[in-house]
Design a protein around this ligand. Sequence first.
Ligand code: TEU
Length: 636
Amino acid sequence: MSLDRASRVRDVYAHPVGRDAIDRILLQLNRSRSWITNPLIANLRLGVLEALTARFTGPGFLDALLALLNAHPERTIAASGEAVEAWWKEAVFYQIYPRSFADSDGDGNGDLRGILSHLDYLQDLGVDCLWLGPVYDSPNEDNGYDVRDYRAVMAEMGTLQDLDDLIAACHERGMKLIMDLVVNHTSAEHEWFQQAQHDPDGPFGDYYFLRPGKPDTPPNNWTSFFSGPAWRWLPANNRWVLRLFAPGQPDLNWDNPAVRDEVTEIVSWWLDRGVDGFRLDVINYISKMPGLPNGHRFIGDLMGFHGIEHYYYGPHLHEYLRELRGRSFDPHRAFLVGETPGIGIEMGRLLAASDRGELDLVFLFDHLENPGKIRWDDYRYDLNHLKAHYVDYQSRLTANDWMSIFWENHDNPRMISKINPDPQHRTMIGKLLATMALTMRGTPFLYQGQEIAAVNQNFTGLDDLSDIESITRYRETLDRPGEVDGWPEILAGSRDHARTPMRWAPTEGLGFTTGTPWLEPREDSAGFTVAEQHDDPHSVLNHYRELIVLRRAHRALTRGRIDVVEPDAKDWFGYYRVDGADRFFIELNLSDRRLVSRHNSGGRLALGSASDGDSDSKEPGPTLAPYEARVFHVRY
Ligand code: TEU
C-alpha cells in the first residue's frame, strides 16, 4: 500500500525507510524522537503536516519523501528462524590502509610486502580477518578509490604475485582476507571511460552518466562529496559526466546490464584467486533515480549534499545486490560488508538480514558524530551518544540480524582525540574503546593504530595534508562569504589524521619506512608505538590482545546474548553477555569523572583497565576512575 497525503505521520514512522529518514532528520536537528512519536504529531495527516511545515521546508518536501518511501514497498523483515552460524560473527577484523601500514622498499609508501612482514604481529594480536584497502592500479586522485584496472596491483604497492603471497600467508595462519571493492565509480583513466570519451554514443557511453548540455549549466543540482557540483564538463565531448566524488571518479551506470556483468566478472576473478570476501565501497549509492531529478533544497541543506535522496537508497538497490550475490558471491560463500553512508538501522536490516540474500553486514555511520554535529565541527564527542546508539540498535535486532562494531576507519579522525584530547586520559580511553569494541554484541572492525591508541595529528596548514577531500573543502571555505578562517574545520575533520604512517617504533621513520613517508606524521608522543607497548603488560596494545584471548575462550562474548543494565543511566554503561551459565558483566565509565561502581554481579574481575599497579589481580575499588572499563566473569 503506498503512502499519500491522507496517510498519517505514524504510517511513515512504521515504514522502515520512513523511520530511518525521520530519525536521521531528528538527529541532524538534535531533537528527541518524542517529537514524532507523541500522539498529537503521530496522528497528523501528512497533508496537514505539510501545510504546517511548508514555510520551513519549502515546497515539494513531502513529495520527495513520498517518492522515496513508495519506491520501496518492502515493509517488513521476517523475524523467524534460527540465527545463522557464520565465521564472521565471531571474527575480529582489522582494517589495513595499505599506503600507511609498512613500507618494505624505502620509497615512503606502504606496500604488500610490508604487510606480509607484519602478519605475525597481526596474528599475535588475535586478528581473524584483514580488510585490505584498495591496492588496484590507480592514478590515486582519491588514494586508490579511483580504480584504473581492477585486475592489476598498483606499482608502488607491489605485484599480483605479492598479493597472492599475502593471501596464501594469511590462510596458512588461519586468517582470512577481504578486499575493498570500489564499483560505484571507476577512475576516469579506466579503459571503459577512455572508450566512453572516445565514442560517447558507442557501447561504453552508457557505462556512465553522460549528458549533453552547456558548460555553465550542469544537468541537475546534485553536489559532490568533494565540493562543488557533482558533474564534470568534458569539453571534447560537449557533455557532462556525473561524479559524486572526485572529478576523476565518474559514477558507473548500474542500470546498464553490461556494467553489472563486468562487476560480476571482476568479483569472480578475485574470488578465484582466494580472496574471502569484500568491503563494498559506498554500495548503497549504485542505483540512481531514473531521470536524475533535482534534489530537494531542504533535504540537501540538512544533509550537506544536494540530491542524496535520489541515490542513497535507490529504487533498484536491493535487486542489484541480490543479483550480484547470486551470480558471483554465493558460489564462493564470500563474506560481504557494505559501506552504506546515510542509511539507518532499518534500511541496514533490509540490506543485511540473513534471509534476504544481499549483504552480510553494513557499516552505519550515525554514531560517529553527536546529534546536530558533523565531522567538520570541532567539539568534544559525548560517549553517551555511542551508548544510546548501541542500546537502540541492539534492541531492534532479531535472530536474522547482526551488526558491525566500529568507530574508526581511514575516513575519520581518531576517536580518542574526539572524546578527550587531554593526554592524561589517552590510555584509559584507548582501553575503554577496546573493551567496548570487543565485548559489545557484533563483529568488531579495528582500524590500524587503534590498538596502540593512535590520536590526531598536529597539522599546521594545508601543506601538511594530502587528502583531496580536505584540500577541496578548504578551498571552498575560502570562497564563502565573510572572512571566516576555514582551517579549524579542516583540522577537526580531515581524513589525513587516520592516514599517517603506522607507528611501529620510536625511531626516525617510525619503523614504517627507511625513506621519507608519503604523509608526514605530526605527532610524536612517547610510549605510543608498537615496540614500546609490546612488552608492557599495562599497554593499550596488551589490553586489546587480552580481550581477544578472552573473547575466543568464551562464546558469551561473541554469540552470547546482551542484556543492557539501566539503559538510561548517564555516563555509565553496563551490560551482561550471556551464554547459558557462562556470563560476563561489563561496566564502563563514559566520563572524565570518578563514578560509583554499580557492579553487583557477584563475578570476579577478569580484565580491568585501571592503571594503578596490576589491577587485574586485585579486588576492584568502589569507584571507577575516569573512563575506566571493567570486565567481570560470572559463573553459575
Ligand atoms: O567513503 C564514502 C563516504 O561517503 C565518506 O565516508 C567519504 O569519506 C566522504 O568523506 C564523505 O564526505 C568511501 C571511501 O571510504 C572513501 O575513502 C572514498 O573517498 C569514497 O568512498 C569514494 O570512493
